[in-house]
Design a protein around this ligand. Structure first.
Ligand SMILES: C[S@@+](CC[C@H](N)C(=O)[O-])C[C@H]1O[C@@H](n2cnc3c(N)ncnc32)[C@H](O)[C@@H]1O
Length: 217
């Protein structure tokens, strides 16, 4: 997997990733991390946790990867890595590495993989986790005002019935347990991501779906 190290990138093998994460009490993955600012902030608030941001778009990660390599006095972080990878390639070097995995406001192929209940994506998420690992997923409802996009991505209608009847069984089949679904107002989202802030500002009366589940084995 390709890891952005400042302005350069290097191929990251599992041995090196294990060396980086070993001193920490936990590992948190942010899949489709966008500009990576959420885990940058979280890595400052939780210095005992190692954070890994993964996104397919190199340009999204360039600025924050550079900032994270500064000296600690200037905002650098030792408990943070940004990887360029499509979610399709998971688990790759990340098998069984995560205590927590977040997917916040996916779009494009990532959204399609999350919502479609075939194709093994839920199993890929499962394989990235340690036993007792936790997953959370935030889904943006306002996407559904863009009929063209929904048609182009061939997405199912996102409502409680779809989540309950299709997604919950797919996550259970993949091996997860305790799958919960909540609808949360955009002004009270659990994570302050850049996309979440945009949603809060553009759709303050809107809401998002928040899914949580655990791995048992
Ligand atoms: C709407 S943005 C959300 C970014 C961030 N999580 C946030 O909440 O601010 C969706 C992100 O998913 C990424 N993405 C889309 N498809 C992907 C895929 N197949 N693999 C990895 N990342 C993907 C995009 O590059 C984009 O950064």
């Amino acid at each position: 997997m390709e890891c952005l190290v400042g302005k350069k990138s290097k191929i990251l093998h599992r041995g090196l990733l294990d060396e980086w994460t070993a001193p920490y009490s936990g590992v948190c993955l942010d899949l489709g991390c966008g500009d990576g600012k959420l885990i940058y902030r979280m890595s400052g608030l939780k210095p005992d946790v190692f954070f890994i941001g993964v996104d397919a778009a190199r340009e999204n990660l360039a600025a924050i990867a550079s900032k994270s390599r500064r000296s600690p006095k200037k905002g650098g972080r030792t408990n943070l890595a940004y990887l360029i990878s499509p979610a399709e390639s998971l688990p790759g070097e990340m098998g069984g590495i995560g205590d927590k995995l977040m997917v916040n406001f996916p779009w494009g192929s990532l959204l399609r993989m999350v919502l479609q209940c075939h194709g093994g994506f839920h199993e890929k998420l499962f394989k990235c986790l340690k036993s007792r690992g936790e997953v959370s997923i935030l889904l943006n409802d306002s996407l559904y005002s863009d009929e063209d996009l929904i048609h182009r991505l061939d997405l199912p209608r996102l409502d409680h019935e779809y989540l309950q009847k299709n997604m919950v069984p797919a996550f259970l089949d993949a091996g997860f347990c305790d799958v919960s679904i909540q609808r949360i107002n955009n002004t009270s989202l659990p994570f302050r991501t850049s996309w979440g802030r945009r949603l809060r500002d553009s759709h303050p009366d809107g809401a998002s779906w928040f899914l949580q589940m655990n791995k048992t084995d």
